[in-house]
Write a protein that binds this ligand. Structure first.
Ligand SMILES: Nc1ncnc2c1ncn2[C@@H]1O[C@H](COP(=O)(O)OP(=O)(O)O)[C@@H](O)[C@H]1O
Ligand SMILES: [Mg+2]
Length: 318
């Protein structure tokens, strides 16, 4: 368990691509009621922050990121509850830990208790599950319900349990009921992928020139099209891989021309091109039928043929 100061979190809502609608809803349903109770709770008891919010969807689409940004921008105390603290300890102690978490959250409120991969702690009762683990769950739910009941008695609790999961189907009915606000974070569509590419490449040098066939050397449209079905995290990795290509190329060229490594300046490295992504350059070199004119150093083709020959020999020997 760790208590995080909002100022120490590097992620902001601006770093998250394509989830503006969800961010706005999170602001309305969690941040404002938690941090400006005078505006909400005094108006109607219906307007208090929900005691539970769940972010769910496939991995790598920004759930953890959203939680972090929420912590930073809410200014609420953020308690990051690691699953391991609840499950790896002696079971007897776990109950006390659960009580301690809620007591801490109450003392530090307004606070958000974040449980990442919540299915792992509060998942469905599986057959053969340790009995004590069920007790931890029960203890957790009792405290959780306590949040709502003390609100009813006048002293409003400003504590929100925020969960994230890749497997909503593994979560207990009872838990789901306690998280009335559920936000699906699904794989990004084309518009969202465009946003994520823009954000991820915001400080990367891009090749703004035109190729000989008139198309742009760097085309965001093409990348958006090629990345269909990818998650935000896949896109980030693809950008990281692609960004390496011009640097690697530059170092190789410098070595070949006998230039010392010290003399290499980052300004001299060319900008990023569409072909640096998804290994497209290699593909083009291997497939001669591609419309790109063959470059003089298309030695790659020979290498492939050699490789195939060697393979053939091995096959013949076997
Ligand atoms: N919508 C997004 N905008 C920008 N980056 C993203 C987005 N979604 C995912 N990423 C990148 O992928 C990484 C993993 O995302 P994360 O929030 O941990 O996914 P999840 O918790 O949904 O599995 C992030 O650190 C970020 O670099
Ligand atoms: Mg996550």
């Amino acid at each position: 368990m760790e208590v995080v100061s909002p100022h120490d979190i590097p992620v902001t809502f601006e770093d998250i691509g394509g989830l503006d609608d969800i961010i706005e809803e999170l602001r309305e349903s969690i941040i404002y009621p938690l941090t400006m109770p005078h505006l909400y709770a005094s108006h109607s008891s219906l307007l208090t922050a929900p005691s539970g919010v769940l972010l769910y969807g496939p991995p790598g689409c920004g759930k953890t990121m959203l939680a972090k940004a929420l912590a930073r921008e809410s200014g609420a105390c953020f308690i990051n509850l690691h699953i391991s603290t609840l499950t790896e300890k002696w079971y007897g102690d776990s109950n006390k830990l659960v009580a301690a978490v809620f007591s801490l959250a109450r003392k530090l409120q307004p606070s958000i208790v974040f449980i990442d991969e919540i299915d792992a702690v509060l998942g469905q009762r599986r057959s053969g599950e340790h009995e004590a683990s069920g007790m931890v769950k029960a203890e957790f739910m009792t405290h959780w319900d306590g949040l709502a009941s003390s609100t009813a008695s006048g002293g409003s609790q400003r504590i929100c349990i925020l969960g994230a999961t890749n497997r909503i189907q593994d979560i207990d009915e009872a838990i789901l009921r306690r998280m009335p606000k559920k936000f699906p974070i699904s794989l990004p569509n084309a518009g969202q992928r465009r946003q994520i590419f823009k954000l991820t490449l915001r400080d990367t040098k891009l090749d703004r020139s035109k190729l000989h066939d008139g198309s742009s050397a760097f085309s965001l449209d093409t990348l958006v099209r090629l990345s269909a079905g990818m998650s935000g995290s896949d896109i980030k990795e693809a950008c990281r891989d692609a960004a390496m290509v011009p640097v690697r190329e530059h170092i190789k060229a410098a070595k070949a021309s006998g230039q010392s490594m010290r003399g290499i300046r980052s300004e001299d490295v060319r900008g990023l091109q569409t072909d640096d992504f998804f290994g497209r350059k290699q593909l083009r070199k291997i497939e001669p039928e591609d419309d790109e004119p063959r470059t003089p150093e298309s030695g790659k083709t020979e290498e492939v043929e050699e490789f195939e020959d060697a393979d053939g020999e091995v096959a013949a020997q076997a």
